[in-house]
Design a protein. Structure first.
Length: 88
């Protein structure tokens, strides 16, 4: 999983122009978005992962709250099906 830094080094802020500040903020946003998007989604429900969960991305973790079975979505073999792999 990605780790999001608690601090962001903006560099030298003396004589910073508005376009340069905008560029640095955009870079900060891009790095933050990439780190967040690398983290897996967690789904808690009282059933196993469904083969029709096409709206979820690869790496999504499903926890069956009834059985405590843990699965990870490992692939989208077609546009209408997904494959879940049991982890525990």
């Amino acid at each position: 999983m990605a780790r999001i830094s608690e601090n962001y080094e903006m560099g030298n802020l003396n004589d910073l122009t508005p376009p340069e500040m905008a560029r640095r903020i955009q870079e900060m946003y891009t790095q933050l978005a990439r780190a967040i998007n690398q983290k897996p989604d967690l789904v808690f429900r009282d059933s196993d992962g469904d083969s029709g969960d096409t709206f979820l991305s690869n790496g999504t973790i499903n926890v069956n709250t009834s059985t405590l079975k843990v699965e990870m979505l490992t692939e989208h073999p077609t546009t209408s099906t997904v494959t879940w792999t049991t982890l525990s």
